[in-house]
Design a protein around this ligand. Structure first.
Ligand code: PLP
Length: 388
């Protein structure tokens, strides 16, 4: 029998006034969307990230769905994105009838390979959707340059990239649109939640409408029209103010959270460097133009067998390490579009070998020591021919 998990992969946390603000939201008499705390969160982020317009959404998935609507994509259009990503990056566009064009990733950062994008641009291409994996930026200068030359939208999936930077700019504020996630597994959390960053001025008014079920209710609340009505397509993409209240306390503590995550990242990095030097695993790399937000810690093993054996060894020691993503181009949906094994070799290579270690705000020194010691023991046993 396997021992019950003692060090989970993720754990939700509270850092400040989360519950106090939730109570305040109730007492304010307004817990639907766009209340006091929604405004506070939006203004906080706009100021902090130097962003034009930020709107809270119910998830990063809904922010991506809004982005697809804002780009006016439909049948016959094509959108370029990595296969090594969460399903929503593709689904938000696929839902609108778009042909999804998957591009391979780079070994160093696991981000979309910018050198392979131009080759797949056609007269039908409408947008590029770079995903900033692990809070490390894609090569945005090259991507934005391509988008300008071919007149394409850039939508940054910055679900994992809040407060991280590329050449001094915050992720999510570089393309036409950016999207954040506040899912419980991300850096800043409210259970389920997200935000859309609208950098392209021309898209702001329509974004407000789409988010409010296709009505001009936002204008009505600002007193710009005397009644509100159905003016466009849309859905209910705005979260309850209760979630915004919880989120605001997390945003206020964003730097505290990030410092703690940086300590965790550095601990893993230092503890595992001897193994990396021996060549039994690979550690994440951060290019000099990127400022990371320490979103995750992953290691890359020699082969799938070793990865799975290590994962099981950790599990038998009460530690939950996980892997992702099963490449989207090899999912049942991807295969139905005609994608096959061998088409995106780096994506396929990485997805068989990557392992994510436990990573959450309250992860203690003792727990960190246990995880890294277990990994050392695993390789010691392997080398001395004593299977763990
Ligand atoms: C988490 C994540 C999403 C989805 O975020 P939700 O808020 O759960 O919808 C999308 N893209 C990437 C890259 C993610 O990591």
């Amino acid at each position: 029998m396997q021992s019950p998990i003692k060090i989970p992969f993720n754990k939700p946390f509270i850092v400040g006034k989360e519950l106090y603000y939730v109570a305040q939201s109730v007492l304010s008499g307004h817990i639907a969307g766009d209340g006091l705390f929604t405004r506070k969160c939006q203004e906080f982020m706009e100021k902090k990230f130097n962003a034009n317009k930020i709107l809270l959404t119910t998830s990063c998935t809904s922010a991506l769905e809004m982005s697809a609507i804002l780009c006016n994509v439909g049948v016959k259009d094509e959108v370029i994105l990595p296969s090594f990503t969460f399903v929503s990056t593709a689904n938000a566009f696929y839902m609108r009838g778009v042909k999804v064009i998957f591009v391979d990733i780079k070994q160093e950062t696991l981000n979309i390979d910018e050198a392979m994008i131009e080759d797949v641009i056609t007269e039908h291409t409408k947008a590029i959707v770079p995903v900033h994996y692990a809070g490390i930026s894609c090569e945005m200068d090259k991507i934005v340059d391509l988008a300008c030359r071919y007149n394409l939208y850039v939508i940054e999936d910055a679900a994992q990239g809040i407060n991280a930077k590329y050449k001094g700019k915050f992720l999510g504020t570089i393309g036409d649109i950016g999207t954040y996630s506040f899912h419980e597994t991300k850096n800043i959390i409210c259970g389920e939640g997200g935000a859309i960053v609208i950098n392209n001025e021309a898209l702001i008014e329509r974004a407000e409408i789409i988010r409010e079920k296709g009505t001009n209710r936002s204008k009505f609340f600002r007193g710009e029209v005397d009644k509100y009505t159905w003016v466009d397509i849309g859905s209910s993409y705005l979260p309850s103010d209760l979630l915004a209240a919880f989120l605001y306390a997390q945003l206020e503590n964003m730097e505290v959270i990030e410092e703690q995550r940086k300590d965790i990242f550095n601990y893993y990095y230092e503890a595992l460097t001897p193994l990396a030097k021996k060549g039994v695993l690979r550690l994440p790399a951060i290019p000099s133009e990127c400022k990371s937000n320490s979103h995750m810690f992953y290691i890359i093993l020699d082969d799938e067998q070793t990865r799975d054996a290590l994962m099981n060894y950790l599990k038998s020691n009460g530690i939950l390490a996980v892997f992702h993503y099963l490449p989207l181009h090899l999912s049942p949906m991807g295969r139905s579009m005609g994608y096959k094994e061998g088409q995106l070799p780096v994506t396929e290579y990485i997805s068989e070998r990557l392992l994510r270690l436990p990573f959450y705000y309250n992860l203690s020194r003792e727990e960190l020591t246990k995880v890294s010691t277990c990994i050392e023991l695993f390789f010691k046993g392997k080398k001395d021919n004593f299977p763990p």
